[in-house]
Design a protein around this ligand. Structure first.
Ligand code: 1GP
Length: 246
């Protein structure tokens, strides 16, 4: 099994990680936006979304490959988004939920495609965190409840369960457009039990938001909505990278 990106991630210094929703970024816009991100120091971007309504993701990724050397990593909202024009795929185990489709069903659907493709698959414990009165699209689409943010021990136990099952990366997510970014205590609780790369996302919009999560042990702070709405420039990305070196 290829592990090129995973081994780089294991030794990566803390940094921002761009999440692209292809429904909201045309290929022309991608070319310019990826230049800004690469120039600031970005190496990888996640691509995908809970529900894409106007974009065929395999086509988008194939076109994107011709426009930028940025490494795209699929963050699939469903098996419909599987494609071969990416460097790697996050195989998400939605450990915070109890919906069997996201614990094994989608994986069975994806397995032979991934096997034939032969690209890098990154087994990822995916944990949704948030208040039930502030649900995001991902909760509705997956029909799962998030873990309450004030229960770091539950988040820790969930992450550990996924790691003990052999997963290699933990992604703690408040969901796209979350009102608040994840509590640093949750990240610290997970970091206390593993050296694995930890991605944290949902509602991170400023370097200040990112700073406390990085100090708590996040490897990557995932930024989607803010980069899209504020059309991040090279300078904005540099501010995020700078905070990571403090
Ligand atoms: C969502 O973690 C990502 O799955 C990013 O969230 O869009 O709020 O940055 P935002």
């Amino acid at each position: 099994m290829k592990q090129h990106i995973l081994s780089t991630w294991r030794n990566a210094s803390p940094q921002p990680l761009w999440l692209i929703d292809p429904d909201r970024l045309s290929i022309t816009e991608y070319k310019k936006a990826s230049e800004a991100y690469l120039e600031a120091g970005g190496r990888w971007a996640l691509v995908g979304g809970s529900l894409l309504t106007s974009t065929d993701l395999p086509t988008w990724c194939a076109l994107a490959k011709n426009e930028s050397p940025l490494s795209l990593i699929l963050f699939p909202g469903s098996t419909n988004q599987l494609c071969t024009s990416v460097e790697a795929v996050l195989l998400l185990f939605l450990a915070s939920g109890r919906n069997p489709h996201y614990l094994i069903g989608a994986h069975v659907e994806a397995a032979l495609f991934l096997h034939r493709w032969g690209g890098e698959v990154i087994p990822t414990t995916y944990i949704l965190v948030g208040d039930v009165y502030a649900l995001r699209a991902v909760h509705y689409i997956t029909q799962t409840w998030p873990i309450p943010p004030d229960k770091p021990e539950l988040i820790q136990a969930t992450a550990l369960a996924g790691l003990l099952l052999g997963q290699q990366v933990v992604y703690i997510d408040g969901g796209s457009g979350a009102l608040h970014s994840c509590a640093p205590e949750a990240v610290a609780a997970v970091r206390a039990v593993t050296d694995a790369p930890i991605l944290v996302g949902g509602g991170i919009s400023s370097p200040e938001d990112a700073e406390s999560l990085l100090q708590a042990g996040a490897t990557f702070v995932v930024i989607g909505t803010a980069a899209e709405k504020k059309k991040f420039s090279r300078q904005t990305w540099e501010e995020f990278f700078l905070i990571c070196t403090r």
